[in-house]
Design a protein around this ligand. Structure first.
Ligand code: SF4
Length: 1021
């Protein structure tokens, strides 16, 4: 109903209110016809309830699927109009924790599950099983006029957005064979690139052969669709140059948390709050359920905790006041404004208060082994009491003192000081060890070394600065830091601290490491009411579903990628550059470009920077599938755009996507891809704390063009057909085997997905079989034939059962085990107060080892110089931050239900700060970057932003996704102005001037791209 209709209807209703109520009494809406009369614009109800049975509304069918309105991938259920084959409504899948606080047992039949959701069932309506606002808006993406459904080839220059339709077969032929494809000269096809055995750059042989000059930019969030692409890229073609979005999105926080949880540098962790029993939670740089942590499940659990429990409080530490706290009502939830990029200072202040006032969990921290932890009633232990050698020049300097060095055992066993008698003993002792100790240890060879416990080092570390200094750096007053520390240590283990994409200054990794340390101080990991580390852990991650009980899907001769990737992930000291410098007698440090030996991050942005610098080489071909780094990667666009628009520098660009975005607009060819309800997908659910996955099949006919054999064109089909044309392993005939060694081919996407689903259904406890009624009720009968063609009869039942529930999860009888989570949803590891592995990684500029403990420092460039020394407070007095509004994301500009909520974003700042510059809400202003660029938009000045900070939401300011007109086959599809509204802060953001050539601004520990705490200025226009 449009606004005019709405007003008209409203006034009629107001005039005849009393009459209407009588009419309503007289004519109860019991039939579809009557309902249409009362609510002419409403959709049909999902189900008609008759007694205790439900059936879909007339003309509709029901199915389970997944939501991909964001990367959480919540379980979904949908109603499909039979006449139009369109999904007309989407809700949550009640079997999945992401959409239902207490998910139904998989033993509940689907029709019974749906009945329980109906009001008539009088079942607990907490279980309404919903999707969030974004999830409800994605329905409009399917038949959008700007959707790419045909195979397109560019006409004119790259980026002009002029295309012609070609057949899929022509596209495959041209991209594989190459030739003078655009009248601009010869282009190497994929065949020639793959077959070339020469080095990509003879000066850098360690970066591998010419076939490494294929770059594939993707997104791991596509779950097993990403696996499909990875099968091609990594195992069939064999290039190490796979880029994804994590490392310019928030990888450093997950990796930083990993430092506090594992004794390696290449793991991730990202726990969520156990809302149901938590007493006090801190959210750093995000609101609960926002910024990528499930809006659907996180916000529901928060609301329930707030509404039902008077003993739950939470604090949001964020430069920006967002929706889930308020300025005036601070009883349950409080906003603590912080200067953008000041988070680590706050956390160090809290750690200082906690350690200096002995408010940590002493017995937990002093247990050096599992045996000692068991005696204390703890389920995990830490290395807080382990002795670190502090003897410069000694081989064990900054490493743990080992039993081997003491002549008492192996190098794997470390040493501690037994608290009871002060004796140095091995760390497998079941006795409590000293937390604070500094002294000498006599080694087996008679020498002596200085040693100090990890905890004592941490105490020194957090006392390197005063509380006042931490307060100044963070903008959080001393009293508030003390209060937060006190509150955090006043509820036993029932406290939590979490983030997601929240702290992306140059110390984002360190900030997350410090967060993990705070949780360790109170033993909140794996605790009831504490932190749950199973966030988003999929069934497919816990079981080998590619090498499953029925099918061995990876059973083929894999191509092994050779060489470092172009963004230089790995050990610089193993590189040719390092060795050559030593041979020439030159100092090997700094490296020519930054290396990263902490986490192989696969940063699409850094790969493109390497290409722009032609160092180690330029790419010859680029696949852009389901990703948009030019729009999303902070600082990237102007660094690389010339090098990708020039066909002489990059011969072949292929975009695979349902939409033209700001990156694939430069493609030579566009391959249409599927949207969520059209896909095969097996995926983890972000925000689910049970081990579980969604499993879904196409529930509507894909809208993409068909190939000559009648199969819908999509990413998987493209990858299959390119592989077959090139004769790559793992695709075509003889692609994998079953458990008995029989070989199978992979010619269609379902050739892989069907056996994958069968493996998932038969892993762990084999699922039962569904009834025929369940199969029909969930519309699984429509796809049953695809399974019957590929599976053995006895494999059908459990596999279809999984689909009749939309996936599977491991249901727990008991969620808790005493004070802790059930072991099935715990991450039982040794938590790290000192990460020894990190202390063995060298900085590629200075050649110095990194520190094994969190570091608080000012923001620094790659060369170690302070950012503020170059970009002064006087010239750039503000710190910049970006944020993800709750109902927008980078793909949402094409959803009218979301653009209707607001077409533009604002330059958000504190009213006092704005006043100083003569600005008020509604004024136009320019935010000034030291990069020499500016961002012009409308000011929103109030008290919802921390002093000294300017913040801009992302997901606006698009030039593509239908924001501008597109020409296909000479016909212009006009752009839609509402899609272009607002400003995109990413291209404006800074890069690192201490790097050579094109660059990005980097996290100091993980090399991820940063975007927060960046100096900026402002001026009125
Ligand atoms: S949180 Fe994301 S996946 Fe879940 S319902 Fe919302 S948009 Fe869909």
């Amino acid at each position: 109903m449009d606004r005019r209709q709405f007003l008209k209807a409203g006034s009629v209703a107001a005039l005849s209110a009393s009459g209407a109520s009588k009419a309503a009494q007289a004519e109860t809406p019991t039939s579809d016809k009557a309902l249409e009369k009362f609510a002419p614009n409403s959709l049909k109800p999902e189900f008609v309830v008759d007694g205790k049975t439900v059936k879909p509304a007339e003309g509709q069918r029901f199915a389970f699927s997944k939501c991909y309105g964001c990367f959480n991938v919540c379980g979904a259920r949908v109603s499909i109009d039979e006449a139009t084959d369109q999904v007309v409504r989407a809700w949550g899948n009640p079997y999945m924790l992401t959409s239902n606080t207490e998910p139904f047992s998989m033993s509940v039949p689907p029709s019974e599950a749906m009945f329980r959701l109906a009001a008539a069932s009088q079942y607990n309506q907490d279980n309404a099983a919903t999707l969030c606002g974004r999830g409800n808006a994605v329905l409009d993406a399917f038949s959008n006029k700007h959707r790419v459904t045909q195979c397109l080839k560019r006409v004119g220059k790259r980026g002009e957005n002029k295309w012609k339709t070609i057949s899929y077969e022509q596209l495959i032929k041209e991209v594989t064979e190459g030739g003078n494809l655009f009248g601009e000269g010869h282009v190497d096809g994929l065949k020639a690139i793959h077959a070339n055995p020469n080095y990509a750059n003879p000066l850098y042989p360690d970066f591998g052969p010419v076939k490494n000059q294929l770059l594939v930019s993707t997104s791991t969030e596509q779950a097993n669709r990403w696996d499909f692409m990875h099968r091609f890229t990594h195992s069939a073609w064999g290039t190490p140059n796979v880029g994804n979005k994590d490392s310019y999105c928030g990888h450093q926080q997950a990796a930083g948390w990993g430092l506090g949880c594992f004794d390696v540098v290449d793991e991730i962790a990202l726990p969520i709050t156990d809302f149901e029993h938590c007493k006090f939670a801190i959210f750093i740089g995000t609101n609960p359920g926002l910024s990528g942590n499930s809006l659907n499940s996180g916000s529901r659990r928060l609301a329930k905790a707030r509404a039902e429990r008077g003993d739950f409080k939470y604090v949001v530490v964020d430069p920006l006041l967002r929706s889930l706290t308020s300025e005036t009502d601070t009883e349950n939830g409080e906003w603590v404004p912080i200067r953008a990029g000041g988070d680590t200072a706050l956390l160090f202040g809290m750690l200082q208060c906690i350690i200096n006032h002995k408010r940590y969990r002493q017995n937990y921290l002093a247990a050096p082994s599992q045996a000692a932890a068991d005696k204390q009633g703890e389920v995990n232990y830490t290395n807080a009491s382990y002795l670190v050698v502090k003897q410069p020049g000694h081989p064990l300097h900054n490493r743990f003192l080992t039993a081997e060095a003491m002549g008492l055992g192996s190098a794997e066993v470390k040493m501690v000081r037994r608290e009871a008698d002060g004796k140095l003993v091995t760390s497998d002792s079941d006795q409590q060890a000293s937390l604070i100790y500094q002294g000498e240890a006599k080694l087996a060879d008679g020498s002596k070394v200085n040693v100090e416990t990890a905890f004592a080092l941490l105490k020194k570390r957090v006392n390197e600065h005063s509380l006042e200094q931490y307060a100044k750096h963070s903008g959080v007053p001393v009293a508030k830091i003390q209060e937060l520390a006190r509150e955090f240590t006043s509820h036993g283990r029932q406290v939590a601290i979490e983030t997601n994409t929240g702290c992306n200054a140059t110390d984002g990794g360190q900030c997350a490491y410090a967060m993990a340390m705070l949780a360790t101080m109170v033993g909140a990991h794996n605790a009831k009411g504490g932190l749950n580390h199973m966030n988003g852990v999929g069934f497919g991650m816990m079981y080998e579903i590619y090498d499953g009980p029925l099918y061995k899907l990876n059973d083929f001769a894999h191509a092994e990628p050779v060489g470092f990737n172009a963004e230089r992930s790995g050990d610089y000291e193993q590189s040719e550059e390092y060795k050559a410098k030593l041979t020439r007698g030159e100092p090997p440090y700094p490296a020519n470009q930054p290396w990263n030996n902490t986490f192989v991050q696969e940063n699409s942005g850094e790969m493109l920077v390497a290409h722009a610098n032609a160092n180690p080489f330029q790419f010859k071909a680029w696949f852009i599938w389901s990703t948009n780094p030019i729009y999303n990667c902070s600082g990237l666009k102007d660094q690389v755009v010339d090098s990708i628009t020039d066909p002489d520098q990059l011969g072949l660009i292929i975009g695979i996507d349902p939409y033209i975005n700001e990156t694939n607009v430069y493609a030579d060819y566009l391959v249409p891809d599927l949207l969520q309800y059209e896909q095969w997908m097996y995926s983890r659910m972000w925000g689910s704390e049970y081990i579980g996955d969604v499993a879904c099949v196409p529930v509507i006919e894909p809208k993409t063009v068909k190939d000559a054999k009648g199969n819908p064109v999509c990413m998987e089909q493209f990858v299959i057909d390119v592989s077959k044309a090139l004769g790559l392993p793992g695709f075509g005939d003889d692609a994998f085997s079953d458990a008995k060694g029989r070989r199978y081919g992979l010619h269609l996407p379902q050739d892989l997905y069907v056996p994958l689903f069968a493996n998932a259904a038969h892993s762990g406890e084999v699922l039962p079989s569904p009834t025929q009624e369940e199969i029909q009720f969930t519309s699984v009968d429509r796809i049953q034939g695809e399974f019957a063609k590929r599976l053995k009869p006895e494999e059908m039942g459990p596999t279809l059962f999984m689909l009749t529930r939309g996936g599977r999860y491991e249901q727990l009888e008991q969620r808790y085990d005493g004070e802790f989570l059930n072991p099935a949803i715990r991450m039982d590891v040794q938590f790290q107060v000192y990460n020894e592995a990190l202390a063995q990684v060298k900085d590629s500029y200075s050649g110095e080892y990194l520190d094994g403990q969190p570091v608080f420092d000012v923001d620094r460039f790659w060369d170690g110089s302070a950012v503020r020394d170059r970009w002064s407070e006087t010239q750039y007095p503000f710190s910049f931050s970006t944020f993800k509004p709750q109902l927008r994301n980078a793909y949402s500009a094409q959803l009218p239900r979301l653009t209707a909520l607001g077409e533009a974003n604002f330059i958000q700042m504190n009213a006092e700060d704005a006043n100083k510059y003569g600005l008020k809400s509604g004024d136009r202003a320019q935010v000034l970057s030291p990069k020499g660029t500016h961002l012009e938009g409308v000011v929103q000045a109030d008290h919802s932003v921390a002093r000294g900070t300017i913040s801009v939401g992302i997901g606006f300011g698009h030039s593509q996704f239908g924001a501008q007109s597109v020409t296909i086959d000479g016909e212009v599809i006009p752009g839609q102005a509402e899609r272009a509204g607002g400003i995109n802060p990413n291209p404006f953001n800074v890069v690192d001037p201490t790097r050579k050539g094109a660059s990005l601004y980097r996290d100091r520990t993980f090399g991820s791209t940063c975007r927060h705490g960046v100096p900026v200025g402002i001026r009125k226009v």
